[in-house]
Write a protein that binds this ligand. Structure first.
Ligand code: DGL
Length: 274
């Protein structure tokens, strides 16, 4: 029978679009309702309580629009808030950290994994926990990269300044013999080419980047299939995008990275969804 309701996807800003893009590619018949909390980005430097409350408000808003599942397309909210959110809402909630850890554990050949993420994600130790649950013998090395999100939100994704910032952060992972490097923030795949280049130079030529979005979309497909919730749309549906500020800036950014055309982005303040 399936379920024609959309998939609710959210992030602090444009980062979650990298997850939405992967969902669109692996599940082309599914409609997405996206919320980017652009008025309150970044989440990475905020407390667990604040990120949990922001996420709660967004989920309430998405549920008020009618969604069949929520994808927390933000590593910070996944790492800090997802357990609480799952206990509060009666809707399946997928995060990006657990799939990201599974993808990294599958990708590494020498058992040495690097994690790049926001301060909140790295401080939470969530990637380490998930990876050690899979295999306690893995070597896990993390680095918080707080400047990446503002650089991406500013659109500086091919800039020399961004390259220098990446170099500075990655030099801390030098000599650790890492062969898999997790892009543990959904904004980071937008810097993929530069990070890949610098990682090969600074960490080693055999390093592979892991984008948790790929595994997340795969697991979303499995979940929907198991629950008989896949949509039976035969055409590519029209997705809807909401933000808490700067709708026009968001729309043009989304159009530069998605393969569909974003015609309109609506401003919605979710603070009222308390
Ligand atoms: N893109 C988000 C993440 O995956 C949040 C980044 C931020 O707002 O600091 O962590």
């Amino acid at each position: 029978m399936g379920c024609q309701l959309p998939i609710g996807v959210f992030d602090s800003g444009v980062g979650g679009l990298t997850v939405a893009k992967e969902i669109m590619s692996q599940l082309p018949g599914e409609r997405i309702l996206y919320y980017g909390d652009t008025a309150r980005v970044p989440y990475g430097s905020k407390s667990k309580e604040t990120v949990t409350e922001y996420s709660r408000q967004i989920i309430r808003f998405l549920m008020s629009q009618g969604v069949k599942v929520i994808v927390v397309a933000c590593n910070t909210a996944s790492a800090l808030a997802v357990d609480t959110l799952r206990s509060e809402f009666d809707v399946p909630i997928l995060d990006v950290v657990e799939p990201g850890a599974r993808a990294a554990a599958a990708a590494t050949k020498n058992g040495r994994i690097g994690i790049l993420g926001t301060e909140g994600t790295i401080r939470s130790g969530m990637y380490n926990k998930c990876l050690y649950d899979i295999n306690p013998d893995l070597g896990v090395y993390s680095r918080a990269c707080p400047l990446f999100v503002p650089l991406v939100e500013e659109g500086w994704i091919y800039d020399n300044i961004t390259r220098e910032v990446i170099k500075r952060y990655l030099s801390d992972l030098q000599g650790k013999e890492i062969d898999s490097l997790v892009l543990g923030c959904t904004h980071y795949p937008l810097l993929r080419n530069l990070i890949d280049d610098v990682a090969k130079e600074v960490i080693g030529s055999n390093v592979t980047l892991v984008n948790p979005a790929v595994e997340t979309a795969k697991e979303l497909k499995t979940l929907l299939a198991e629950r008989d919730m896949l949509s039976d749309h035969t055409h590519v549906p029209e997705h809807t995008f909401y933000v808490s500020d700067g709708a026009e800036k968001f729309r043009s950014f989304a159009n530069s990275i998605l393969s569909c055309t974003v015609i309109e982005t609506k401003d919605v303040a979710v603070k009222t969804f308390e």
